[in-house]
Design a protein around this ligand. Structure first.
Ligand code: UGA
Length: 461
C-alpha cells in the first residue's frame, strides 16, 4: 500500500519507518527543508533507540523516501498520516494551525480521493473540523476526502518497540472503506509480518494486539483520556510519596503492593520529580481546556497538574534543607532529558530545576548521555561535561534528575571521593538508600525515609 507521512518528528519517523518495515511504500515530507536534507543524508535528527536502523533498512529496501515536495508526496499515496506538531498555546489549548495548513495543502495538491488520518494528538472534534476544512479548501476539485483518527501510544525512548509490538491499535473511522484501508495498513503489525529490528531472530510469542475500531471522537478521546490517566497515576503516587515521608512509610513498598492488584497495575506509580516531556503535560492541559470549553468540571485533572508542578518546589525544599544557603553552592546535575533513552528536553523537569537553582544563585554543572547540546542552547551558562565524574568534582551536592541506567552503574565510591560534600538528592529514586548510606553519602530521595531503608534491609535479610 502507498502511504504518505506529513511531519517528520519522532511520531512521523517511527510511523513511516515501521510501516515501511511492514512492506508498505512510504513517502515522508516535512516543511523543514533542513530536516529533510538531514534525513536524505542518512542521519536522524533526534535520538530514539533503533530508529536509525529502521529508517536505514527501509531506505535500503527502497520503501521509504523523504522529500520536501509535499505535493508530490500527497499525490503518491492513498492514505495520508498527519504527524505534525500540536503545541500548547498560552491557555493550554492545542494549537491546531499546523493541521489546518496541512488540510489546505492536501486539498490543493491531491488529484485523487484520499484517506486523511490524524496521528498528531488532537482534541476531540478535530476530525470533524478537519473533514470540513478538507472539503471547503478542496471544493473546486470535487474530490472526496475521508478522515480517520489513529492515535499513537508510543513512548519516547521505546517508540520503535511500541510501534511493532503495541497493546492496541485504535482507529476511529466513519465508514467501512476507511476501516478496510486501515486494517490493510496495520495487518502486518497485527499478524507479526514485518522486519523487526529489535528481534532479528524472530519476535517472542505474544498475544496479537487488539485492533479497535471506534468512532472518530472516541478515538480522539481515547488518546487524551489515556495520557491524562497516566498523569493522574503519577501525581497520585507522588502524593503517596509525600505521605510516606511524613508518616514513615516507604513509597516503593506501598506502590509495589498496590500495583500487584490487577485492577491498579504496577506501571506509572513511580514517585519522584513528576512527569515532563511534550506529551503528558501538554495533553493534560489540552484536556482540561477541552472540558472547560464544553462545560464539564475536570478539576481532578487540574489537581494532578498542580501536584506535578509542586514536585519542583518539594525538591527545592530538600535542597534548601540540606544546603541551608543555596547561593554560590556548586551543584552537579545528573540528567537533563525528561526521561532516559531520549535527547528530548521539552518540558523536562530538569529545565525548571535549573531555572530555580540559578534564580537562587547556585553554580551549576550538568551531564546527560544525549541531551547536553539541547540543554546548552537554552542554558549556555551551565557548565556541561559528558563525564559524570568531572561534574561531581568539588560539588556541594549532586542531583539525580533522569534515571539513565548508566548513572546507576557509576562507581559511586569514586563520585564520593570527587565531591566536596557527598550529598546526593535522588529525585528519581534510582539508587538504593541503604547502599548510599553505607558508602558514606548524605542521601535523600522521595518517599523513602532513611530510617525505613534500614528497616527494609533488616527485614529482607
Ligand atoms: C507518553 C505516553 O506514555 C505514551 O503512551 C504516548 O503515546 C506519548 O506520551 C504521546 O502522547 O506521544 P512519553 O511522553 O514518551 O509517553 O513518556 P512517558 O513514559 O509517558 O513518561 C512521561 C513522564 O512521566 C516522564 O517525565 C517520566 O519520567 C514520568 N514518569 C513516568 C513518572 O514520573 N513516573 C512514572 O511512574 C512514569
Amino acid at each position: 500500500m502507498k502511504l504518505v507521512v506529513i511531519g517528520c518528528g519522532y511520531v512521523g519517523l517511527v510511523t513511516g519507518g515501521c510501516l515501511a518495515a511492514a512492506r508498505h511504500e512510504v513517502v515522508a515530507t516535512d516543511n523543514d527543508a533542513s530536516k529533510i536534507a538531514t534525513l536524505q543524508a542518512g542521519r536522524i535528527p533526534i535520538y530514539e533507540p533503533h530508529l536509525d536502523e529502521v529508517v536505514a533498512a527501509a531506505r535500503r529496501a527502497g520503501r521509504l523516501r523523504f522529500t520536501t515536495d509535499a505535493g508530490d508526496a500527497i499525490r503518491s499515496g492513498d492514505v495520508i498520516f498527519i504527524c505534525v506538531g500540536t503545541p500548547p498555546r498560552a491557555t493550554g489549548e492545542a494549537d491546531l494551525s499546523a493541521i489546518d495548513n496541512v488540510a489546505r495543502l492536501i486539498a490543493a495538491e491531491a488529484r485523487s480521493p484520499k484517506l486523511v488520518v490524524e496521528k498528531s494528538t488532537v482534541p476531540a472534534q478535530t476530525g470533524q473540523n478537519l473533514k470540513r476544512a478538507l472539503n471547503v479548501y478542496g471544493h473546486s476539485s470535487g474530490l472526496h476526502f475521508d478522515v480517520a483518527s489513529n492515535p499513537e501510544f508510543l513512548r519516547e525512548g521505546t517508540a520503535v518497540g511500541d510501534f511493532f509490538h503495541p497493546d492496541r491499535i485504535v482507529v476511529g473511522v466513519e465508514g467501512v472503506e476507511a476501516d478496510r484501508q486501515l486494517r490493510e495498513v496495520y495487518e502486518p503489525i497485527v499478524e507479526g509480518r514485518f522486519e523487526c529490528v529489535l528481534h532479528p531472530n524472530g519476535c517472542p510469542q505474544s498475544a496479537k494486539p487488539e485492533f479497535l475500531v471506534t468512532t472518530i471522537p472516541s478515538a480522539e478521546l481515547i488518546k487524551h483520556a489515556s495520557n491524562s490517566f497516566l498523569a493522574l497515576k503519577i501525581s497520585y503516587a507522588n502524593v503517596i510519596s509525600d505521605l510516606c515521608e511524613r508518616l514513615g512509610g516507604n513509597v516503593e513498598e506501598v506502590t509495589r503492593a498496590m500495583g500487584l492488584d490487577p485492577r491498579i497495575g504496577p506501571q506509572f506509580l513511580k514517585a519522584g520529580l513528576g512527569f515532563g516531556g511534550f506529551c503528558l503535560p501538554k495533553d493534560i492541559q489540552a484536556f482540561i481546556h477541552l472540558a472547560e470549553q464544553v462545560g464539564v468540571d475536570f478539576s481532578l485533572l487540574k489537581e494532578a497538574e498542580r501536584i506535578n508542578r509542586q514536585r519542583i518546589e518539594r525538591l527545592m525544599e530538600k535542597v534548601r534543607n540540606h544546603l541551608w544557603v543555596v547561593k554560590d553552592k556548586q551543584i552537579a546535575l545528573l540528567g537533563l532529558a525528561f526521561k532516559p533513552f531520549t535527547d528530548d528536553i521539552r518540558l523536562a523537569p530538569a529545565l525548571e530545576v535549573i531555572r530555580r537553582l540559578q534564580a537562587e544563585g547556585a553554580k551549576l554543572r550538568a551531564t546527560d548521555p544525549q541531551a547536553i547540546e539541547r540543554a546548552r542552547a537554552i542554558f549556555p551558562d551551565v557548565i556541561y561535561n559528558a563525564d559524570p565524574y568531572e561534574i561531581a568534582r568539588g560539588a556541594d551536592a549532586l542531583l539525580v534528575l533522569t534515571e539513565w541506567p548508566q548513572f546507576k552503574q557509576l562507581d559511586w565510591s569514586r563520585i564520593h571521593r570527587e565531591m566536596a560534600r557527598p550529598l546526593v538528592l535522588d529525585t528519581r529514586n534510582m539508587l538504593d538508600p541503604l547502599t548510599m548510606k553505607l558508602q558514606g553519602f548524605e542521601y535523600d530521595s522521595f518517599g523513602r525515609p532513611e530510617a525505613n531503608a534500614s528497616v527494609t534491609a533488616e527485614s529482607s535479610r
